[in-house]
Design a protein around this ligand. Structure first.
Ligand SMILES: Nc1nc2c(c(=O)[nH]1)N(C=O)[C@@H](CNc1ccc(C(=O)N[C@@H](CCC(=O)O)C(=O)O)cc1)CN2
Ligand SMILES: Nc1ncnc2c1ncn2[C@@H]1O[C@H](COP(=O)(O)OP(=O)(O)OP(=O)(O)O)[C@@H](O)[C@H]1O
Length: 207
């Protein structure tokens, strides 16, 4: 099987696993707040989130906690196939516009922001930080662009049920720096100041 076929096959299975995890624990997003590495955030940090599609880990409780700590929130805007995502400011209570596929985006005149930290939705994640997404490469393009001129922190949000042994990767795939689930946080060895054992590791949840 070629790489794209491997990815499509895993995508199908990962959607089913994510959907059952979501149905079993629709409020699991509230647990993310217990595990998120808030030490990454300072007042004024720009944090991009996402408005959840059905079955996705719900980042909204975490968004509220981040806003309360002085972070500026932004949500992704799809410009078009082959383009990186843009991010526009969104404050709690601001209106959203419904787009194709049920995507909810900030209004067009909301200021464009460049995220310091990205909360990234995903279908499957592996122990090396490799992420399987929707299959359009939007986050891969976006992270590649941001990483070319800075050091954004990419934090995947997922159910524990979304871990797989290995996500098939191509040359464009951008690994995540952290993954936060309803049960723990996991940090990638590729980020600065890696854990001493130099591997992905669960860390104590001291805040
Ligand atoms: N909540 C949430 N927001 C998000 C994402 C996400 O995964 N979750 N994205 C993560 O990337 C971006 C949007 N991703 C998209 C992914 C696919 C299609 C899309 O065109 N889907 C069609 C396929 C059409 C085709 O194949 O030609 C479809 O599903 O029918 C659009 C946007 C930004 N916002
Ligand atoms: N920076 C890039 N430049 C050109 N093509 C890219 C780039 N990033 C990704 N692609 C292409 O986009 C397509 C979709 O990528 P992939 O299957 O890895 O998506 P994904 O990571 O699962 O989805 P997403 O990032 O949208 O959530 C692939 O054909 C990939 O090669």
């Amino acid at each position: 099987m070629n790489l794209q076929a491997l990815k499509s096959d895993l995508r199908r299975r990962a959607l089913v696993a994510r959907q059952s995890a979501h149905e079993a624990a629709p409020d699991a997003g509230e647990r993310l707040v217990e595990h998120f590495p808030f030490e990454l955030v300072t007042p004024g940090s720009v944090v991009s989130a996402y408005w959840p599609l059905p079955g996705e880990m719900d980042p909204r409780p975490l968004m509220a906690a981040l806003e309360a700590r002085g972070a500026c929130l932004a949500l992704p805007v799809v410009i078009g196939a082959g383009h990186p995502l843009e991010f526009r400011e969104w404050r709690s209570g601001d209106p959203l516009q419904r787009r194709a596929f049920g995507l909810m985006e900030p209004r067009e005149n909301a200021p464009q922001l460049v995220p310091d930290i990205l909360l990234v939705p995903l279908l499957a994640i592996d122990p090396d930080g490799n992420r399987l997404g929707f299959g359009k490469g939007y986050y891969d393009r976006t992270l590649a662009g941001l990483r070319a001129c800075g050091a954004p922190v990419a934090v995947g949000l997922a159910y524990e049920a979304q871990w797989v042994a290995a996500v098939p990767v191509d040359e464009f795939d951008q690994p995540l720096d952290w993954v936060v689930t309803e049960g723990r946080r996991v940090r990638s060895s590729a980020t600065p100041n890696p854990p001493s054992d130099n591997s992905w590791s669960s860390r104590p949840d001291a805040r």
